[in-house]
Each structure stands twice: as structure tokens, then as C-alpha cells.
Design a protein around this ligand. Structure first.
Ligand code: PLP
Length: 231
């Protein structure tokens, strides 16, 4: 059986390889280990191997892990859908939020961010494939939303996040990632502080890196298949 420590090495090699192919430096790409449904001990193993960024989707589950791993210097990223009544827990316990899709949520996160902590790092989630059932603002809403979010005091805009439609069609897959990169470059001109394009999961991380991702969110390729089927 392959250990998760070995998986981490393999994923690191895939990132390096993709970066090389794209004429990019591997250091430009941050690996976010997506640890939803995984036990705190599994995260601890990856931490011991040098992994620092972890992503979680469910508030209750993540709070338990954050408490269990309070002795570690982890950067916690919230990447799941956000209900209004969960913003306080997120603002108080996370370093990053990738899944902001409307102003009201950003306002609450800013208001509820403890003043003793640095501003909360935010990515705006964009529904790049325009799937009816999926989270994220529409691509043409992103500019206005960012303008408004940029005025909030306890938030720091870091970039954009996307979950392109799952497809076996590599041409379609690449097109969605390319559109995100184009949108990112355009909005970065208005918000030069933006340095993060969060896209690429286990199935498409190499293409995502070729298309400009700066942060890839990897679950299955690190931990193996998930135990529950929630996504
Ligand atoms: C679960 C999840 C991932 C990781 O997906 P894998 O295919 O397991 O690598 C990445 N991003 C988000 C938003 C997720 O919910």
C-alpha cells in the first residue's frame, strides 16, 4: 500500500513536472492539501512531511480538526459552500476562504474577523463553466463584486477560485481553465494585490498549472478515495 507520505512526494513531482513544461518555477505553485473527511492524524502525517496548507469544506468537521491540531502551524483554508450562520466560525478559525461568491458573505466575514488576527485572505469563487447547480459568481459579475469586496477593512483579496465542470473532454477542460486565467489577468490589473489563482484538483492539476494556477487543491491524489461521497 502506498502511504500518504509517498503520495505527497508524487504530487510534488507532478507539480514540478507540470511547472517545467509550462516554463514556470515550481515555487510559484502552492499545494493545498484538501483534507475533508480525513482524520486529524492523517493531516499530522502530511504536516510532518512538510505540508503546511490544508483545505476543509465542512465547518463542524474542520473545527474539530483545528482544535486537535492546534499545536501545529497550519494555514487553514475554507473551500466549501458558506452559509450565513457559519461565517463567524470561519472568520475566527481560518486563514483563507476560497469560496466567497457574494458580497453579503464577504461583509459578514470582514465584520466578524477578530481584530487580533491579520485580515482574512479571500478568493472570489467564479462559476466558470456556468453550471446551474454550482457555486460561484458568474464571470461577468466578478469585476463589480471585487470592487465592493475591496472596500472591506478586515479582508485581503488574494485572487480567484474555480471548480470547472468535471469532464473527460480535455479540450473543454483546458478551455475553462484558460478562461479563468484570462479573467484573473484582467482583474489583477485593477487589484494588483491579487496573487492567487486557485484551480486544479487531482484530475486536472497538471493542465491547471499549465494554464496559470498558483494554488492547486488536491484531495484524492494525496489521501486516496474519500470515505463519504459528499463533495
Ligand atoms: C474536494 C475538493 C477538492 C479536491 O478534489 P480531489 O479531486 O479529491 O483532488 C478541491 N476543491 C474543492 C473545492 C473540493 O471540494
Amino acid at each position: 500500500m502506498i502511504s500518504i507520505a509517498e503520495n505527497l512526494k508524487n504530487v510534488g513531482q507532478q507539480i514540478n513536472q507540470a511547472a517545467q513544461l509550462a516554463n514556470r518555477q515550481p515555487e510559484e505553485i502552492t499545494l493545498l492539501a484538501v483534507s475533508k473527511t480525513r482524520a486529524a492524524d492523517e493531516l499530522r502525517i502530511l504536516y510532518q512531511e512538510g505540508q503546511r496548507h490544508f483545505g476543509e469544506n465542512y465547518v463542524q468537521e474542520s473545527l474539530e480538526k483545528i482544535a486537535a491540531l492546534a499545536d501545529l502551524q497550519i494555514d487553514w483554508h475554507f473551500i466549501g459552500p458558506i452559509q450565513s450562520n457559519k461565517t463567524r466560525a470561519i472568520a475566527e478559525n481560518f486563514d483563507w476562504v476560497h469560496s466567497v461568491e457574494r458580497l453579503k458573505i464577504a461583509q459578514r466575514l470582514s465584520e466578524q474577523r477578530p481584530r487580533t488576527l491579520p485580515p482574512l485572505n479571500i478568493c472570489l469563487q467564479v462559476n466558470i463553466s456556468r453550471e446551474a447547480s454550482k457555486s460561484g459568481c458568474l464571470p461577468n459579475e466578478a469585476e463589480d463584486l471585487l470592487k465592493q469586496i475591496a472596500t472591506l477593512p478586515h479582508i485581503r483579496i488574494r485572487g480567484l477560485m474555480a471548480i470547472p465542470e468535471a469532464t473527460d473532454d480535455v479540450i473543454k477542460q483546458r478551455a475553462a481553465l484558460k478562461q479563468m486565467h484570462t479573467l484573473f489577468n484582467r482583474l489583477q490589473k485593477q487589484h494588483p494585490e491579487m496573487d492567487t489563482l486557485s484551480m486544479g484538483m487531482s484530475a486536472d492539476m497538471q493542465i491547471a498549472i499549465q494554464e496559470g494556477a498558483t494554488m492547486v487543491r488536491i484531495g484524492t491524489a494525496l489521501f486516496g478515495p474519500r470515505r463519504d461521497l459528499k463533495t
